[in-house]
Design a protein around this ligand. Sequence first.
Ligand SMILES: [Fe+2]
Length: 182
Amino acid sequence: MSRVFVSADELLAHLRYLGEMLSSESDAFTELEHGLQTAALLATVAPHDSELHIAGLIHDLAHPWDGPGQPKHAVMGADAVRPLLGNRVADLIAGHVPAKRWLVTRDANYRAQLTEDSIMTLAAQGGDMSDAELAWFESLDSWQAMVELRRADDGAKVPGAITPGLDVYETPIRMRASLGTT
Ligand SMILES: [Fe+2]
């Protein structure tokens, strides 16, 4: 079941719920830990891009709503936060699946680094990009940030990794929500 968040409080409550849910990819960490690791990695590669950190934190927030292979979770997650957090955060979330397909197509070493689960879901997500799809993706405003999010996503699967907690992101989320849709 999909939904749309109407307040930062609602979104933060959902993120806490993800802290009690094991990752769809591993029993060794929670969905929230995966998001926190993604955000922490993005903070090192793009320290001033708060919207990218938020998008990394919440990019898989729709995992509980999607089905096997998670074919729709990126779009569902983007739709859920677009009214609250604006178009760029939503687009970054929507972009993390096409970014995986872009990397698989453009980077010969990338596929070898994917986990078994990630290779399986790739087929459900569309597989390699065609030339037209590559041109479309590279025309998007934030496509390079989407690729950064994807690379962080792939590195954010370390059991027991120590990261900043959810509290670090509460103020940035509330500040972004107060700006409305831009
Ligand atoms: Fe992820």
